[in-house]
Design a protein around this ligand. Structure first.
Ligand SMILES: Cc1cc2nc3c(=O)[nH]c(=O)nc-3n(C[C@H](O)[C@H](O)[C@H](O)COP(=O)(O)O)c2cc1C
Length: 399
């Protein structure tokens, strides 16, 4: 069986699709799977760039042998030690015991910690190069994008950036591996879901890292998940630039938690009023129904956010609490925030969201609207005001 899928003369994509795993990092839904991308440089010297998760090791080794036959692997470059990429390192060493393990100082702490691997280490520092023949690898140390040991490998002859998790996304590859071979809208959404949930917390560092690459010519971006950007690497580079600056589009996301539907009624009313005020991109999410990763992804896209909750044991509804906690942890900035909710006695939902609002320091819009038992005429009037003010702000003030 021929697994070869060259991406240029001597360079092969030897990634694998994983459609069995339900949850990435045992938390993020993988409705359409994920890839673990690895690359093989079959030059005078042979190098692997990153490996794959342990559940795909056999297939991975088979792919390498299919291309290099009985030859030896000279270098294994480890851009990132997260186990979905480092999970086959031990198997590679077992198969090709002379392989030199290329990483930075921090990489080797992880390598010993996870796998007790301490031999044949080849340490690289910022700007170091390894010549393989035609291809030449240069290393950029990029700590905290999104782990301490992360680095990127730049191939200087053909100007290819092996960017590890940066620029990657969820979604298995169903045939095409390049940007020009696939329906991009699906992958772009999944790249934003990946960015916002996995990398987004480190946005200020991502932004500084992007600046370092501003003057580096890049003809292809080859990440460790998802598609390879060959036709238009600037597209994904510009998305990352925008997302890491928290720049957002005109639109409003409404997230709510409800038990018996009264808070949902308020959410629908808000959406109708936003629409009446000219907002076209309105996304409503029941926090119990939609996994928070999809909600966070939309929050990263749109300027306006309205969060509502029924009171629940003196606090906010649990599914909304999870969203608030994730937003706070992600460090998302520069959004407009409206708040609403429902109670039958002490309240607690709106109060908890207001505490969150104080901490998060987004621009607060109108007064919070809290109904009792169910929304009444007075509450609807207040919701109309909130929607109107939100619509004006997101339409007129770029974020
Ligand atoms: C398990 C549970 C806990 C609740 N805790 C509170 C509470 O602490 N304070 C309060 O005012 N209402 C509380 N309520 C009442 C609801 O918040 C209230 O009836 C609200 O109108 C429900 O909105 P919903 O129809 O959107 O679910 C609780 C209801 C349930 C079922």
């Amino acid at each position: 069986m021929n697994y070869k899928l060259p991406i240029s003369d001597k360079l092969h994509w030897i990634g694998v699709n994983d459609r069995e795993t339900h949850l990435f990092e045992n938390f993020w839904p993988l409705e359409k799977g994920v890839t673990y991308n690895s690359y093989l440089v079959n030059d005078e010297k042979i190098a692997l760039i990153d490996t794959v998760k342990f559940n795909k090791t056999d297939l991975y080794l088979e792919k390498i042998k299919e291309i290099i036959g009985e030859k030896d692997v000279d270098f294994l470059v480890i851009n990132h030690m997260e186990p979905d990429h480092s999970g086959s390192i031990a198997a590679v060493i077992k198969m090709w015991p002379n392989v030199k393990i290329v990483g930075n100082k921090k990489t080797f702490g992880f390598l010993k910690g996870f796998y007790e691997i301490t031999d044949n280490l080849y340490e690289v520092k910022e700007g170091d190069e390894i010549n393989l023949g035609y291809h030449n690898l240069k290393f950029f140390i990029t700590p905290m994008v999104h782990w301490p040991e992360t680095m990127m490998t730049y191939e200087t002859t053909d100007k290819i950036l092996f960017s590890m998790d940066a620029f990657g996304g969820f979604g298995a590859l169903d045939g095409g591996i390049f940007d020009f071979e696939v329906n991009l809208s699906f992958y772009e959404d999944e790249i934003r879901r990946y960015y916002s949930n996995i990398v987004g917390k480190y946005s200020p560092i991502v932004q500084r890292t992007l600046q370092r690459f501003k003057d580096v010519e890049i003809s292809m971006i080859a990440p460790t998940h998802g598609i390879v950007w060959k036709e238009s690497p600037s597209t994904i580079f510009n998305y990352y630039d925008k997302w890491s600056r928290f720049e957002a589009e005109e639109g409003v996301v409404i997230v709510y938690g409800t038990m018996y539907g009264n808070t949902a009624k308020m959410a629908d009313y808000l959406a109708k009023e936003l629409s009446r005020n000219g907002i076209k991109n309105i996304k409503i999410f029941d926090a119990s129904k939609t996994h928070l990763s999809y909600i966070i992804s939309e929050l990263w896209k749109y300027k306006g956010v309205i969060i509502g909750s029924a009171a629940y044991n003196t606090t906010v509804f649990p599914a909304v609490e999870a969203v608030l906690s994730k937003i706070e942890n992600s460090g998302l900035k520069n959004r407009y925030l409206g708040v609403f909710g429902n109670k039958s006695w002490s309240g607690g939902g709106v109060k908890t969201i207001m505490n969150f609002a104080e901490k998060i320091k987004w621009d607060f819009v109108a007064s919070p609207v809290e109904a009792t038992y169910s929304p009444k005429e007075k509450d609807y009037k207040e919701l109309s005001l909130l929607a109107k003010e939100m619509a004006n702000l997101v339409k007129n003030n770029p974020k």
